[in-house]
Design a protein around this ligand. Sequence first.
Ligand code: 5AD
Ligand code: FES
Length: 367
Amino acid sequence: MSETIWMKIDSGETLSRDDMAALLSLTDEADRRVLYEKAYAVKIRETGPGVYFRGIIELGNICEKDCYYCGIRGSNGEVKRYLMEADEIVKTALWVHENRYGSLVLQAGELSGPAFITMIEQVLGRIREKTGGGLRVTLSLGEQTEETYRRWREAGAHRYLLRIETTNPDLYRRLHPEDHDFEARKACLGLLRRTGYQVGTGVMIGLPGQTAEDLADDILFYQKEDIDMIGMGPYLPHEATPMAEHFPDYVYDPDRQLRLGLNMIAVTRLVLKDVNIAATTALQALHPKGREMGVQAGANVVMPNATDTSYRESYQLYDNKPCLDENSGLCRGCLTRRIESVGEEVAFDEWGDSPHWVKRVSDELSL
Ligand code: 5AD
Ligand code: FES
């Protein structure tokens, strides 16, 4: 690795797109260790020591979308479909609160019907009431109208995660059926911002046909869109998807996926500095210590699964998803130990708002 890039990082000089692509492409162990150490130092400086937990409830897998890569895509007839009842979602959210996670993520396949929208709105109201507003709630429920985003925001959601998946429009087109529109998805990020959310996005890393320059552009996109939170992870194949037909030349290399996933966390941390970045479960599908490794490369958030184990088998976006049999209590203990094993600590009872968002809001208030 050329000394000049390390020097640029140390002196705080802006990294160019080419610099980023070079860092993302690092394969040498010693170079990567230096990269992760530098990114971890920025994590400590900007977000402090500690890792935030977000309890994630995968509340349903019925999906109106049909993304080629996803295991719960609408046309996968092999999946048993479910949608939790409101009472069960609220009960699970209270478990997350009692277990001092500070923050909750509600995720599901994409649904746009009025009954679903109202159900989520009511669930948000009940969670707010029963916890006295003590839980920060993130939604990850896909593309919706501005009106829906507003209703959910007013009912008590603070944050929204909508991955752009890739910011290369050609690649986006090749990964989705024709009616999945890149521009519409991007516009949703603007709507979320306008309706007052802390906005999260992310991409899949190591997609077929994706280059290091594409990933550098993804980071520049996060920067340009002034994103507060990043949730991104390696692409992992799912056997019941048509990816192999669409990309017959793609060779899946798990070591490369893990390496690229970690490099992407580190370079994103170096460039964006004060955003929240999650070490996602997909990393752990590639390595038993994947999520800890993500923290050591600069992530400051992990998302323990709080979904009842009876549903987990039906919520597999990719093959080999970990923790299918571990109940939520086990995941809590397991992840806490994992975080501590790398000399970090779980910041229980804290909301863990994105420092980037906190600065943004205080700047807006002082205007
Ligand atoms: N591999 C990795 N991530 C996937 N997702 C969906 N399918 C896969 C896969 N095969 C991710 C998408 C989506 C998020 C909920 O899960 O990025 O936004
Ligand atoms: Fe679920 Fe380790 S995080 S068992």
